[in-house]
Design a protein around this ligand. Structure first.
Ligand SMILES: Cc1ncc(COP(=O)(O)O)c(C=O)c1O
Length: 337
């Protein structure tokens, strides 16, 4: 009963198979290898667009490098007040952005509301030197409440940002779960809705460590700058083939979709079971995360019974499911309650 995080999950066996194949002999280093080329081509197919990809080992690095490209040191990044970049990355965006400031907004269920975005954008006065002007918007999809932005919602916010000259970033550490929920295409959910740079995560899906910064459209011309930043930040793996091989494993035959669909379905089963016991669920179930309001007694029963989950800052219990969460884990947890 490990619901602590999808990062607690093991790597999928297909990922390990691809790593073993990639281990057959010498290969060019620093991304000049065949696996990197193949992974970039597969990403381009998946997103139905020309793109450039920079492979990194963590979502934090991916977000910080992406936003370093989109926001100058004297600018700000608009994000949700519960965004991972704001709450859980120890200032990485500010550090990689050489002082760029995060500008948090509120919004129900982890989604930035168009009204809140409108309000902050209306106040921007570039001539007023004392205030930090926003230069980028960052949206997490899935977001930190486990909810999606549909392509329409992304487009609405992205259009508002673009109209004011801001770049648009998406933290897609769990984008595959959002895609499995909405059924929308990766293209419609990203560049076609106005996302300029995407942090595309596959670690939580089933990789050991496979995250990618994807540059769409004109941003692809900034690939050399991304490479320089990756190198300087220490995020250019010398044996990059092993990161690329994991990406290939998850993209081939759409394994990512199969795994994300399973994680989502089993989260929905957990939520159903909790609701049947009248346990309040705090956010709509749109991915692989369930936030439940447990009593102290229920929390203790689960913990003593061996279930792993995090108690969130708002007091709720966060359950995260993953590619190998079994129905037995759900029934055991429900039985304990
Ligand atoms: C929304 C979101 N973005 C990014 C990340 C990536 O973080 P890490 O640096 O641990 O890979 C996480 C991890 O939990 C996350 O939940």
């Amino acid at each position: 009963m490990n619901f602590s995080s999808d990062t607690a999950a093991p790597a999928h066996p297909k990922v390990i198979e691809h790593l073993v194949q990639a281990n057959a002999g010498p290969a060019a280093s620093y991304g000049d290898d065949g696996w990197t080329l193949q992974a970039e081509a597969l990403l381009s197919d998946l997103f139905e667009a020309p793109l450039r990809a920079g492979f990194v080992a963590s979502g934090t690095a991916s977000n910080a490098l992406a936003l370093g490209l989109l926001c100058p040191p004297t600018g700000g990044v608009i994000c949700h007040e519960h965004a991972h970049i704001y709450c859980d990355e120890r200032g990485a965006v500010e550090f990689f952005g050489h002082g760029a400031k995060l500008l948090p907004l509120t919004g129900e269920h982890g989604r930035i509301s168009p009204e809140a975005l409108q309000e902050i954008l209306q106040k921007v006065d570039e001539r007023f030197v004392h205030a930090t002007p926003p230069k980028a918007l960052s949206l997490s999809n899935l977001n930190e409440a486990g909810c999606v932005y549909t392509p329409k919602q992304v487009a609405e916010l992205a259009n508002m940002a673009h109209d004011r000259g801001l770049g648009v970033h998406m933290d897609g550490a769990r984008l595959v779960n959002a895609l499995a929920f909405t059924g929308a295409s990766p293209a419609a959910s990203s560049w076609a809705s106005g996302v300029d740079i995407l942090s595309f995560g596959l670690t939580k899906t089933g990789a050991m460590g496979g995250e990618t910064v994807l540059l769409f459209g004109a941003n692809a011309d900034r690939f050399d700058e991304l490479e320089a930043r990756r190198k300087r930040a220490g995020h250019m793996p010398p044996k990059q083939r092993f990161v690329a091989a994991q990406i290939i494993a998850l993209l081939e035959d759409r394994l990512w979709l199969e795994l994300a669909t399973h994680a989502n379905e089993i989260a929905a089963a957990l939520a159903d079971g909790l609701q049947n016991m009248d346990i309040p669920i705090l956010h709509p179930i749109e991915g692989n995360e369930v936030f439940a309001k447990l009593t102290p007694d229920q929390t203790a029963k689960l913990q003593e019974g061996g279930a792993a989950f995090h108690v969130w800052p708002d007091g709720s219990a966060r359950f995260v499911t993953c590619w190998n969460t079994g129905p037995d884990e759900i029934s055991k947890a429900l039985a304990l309650l």
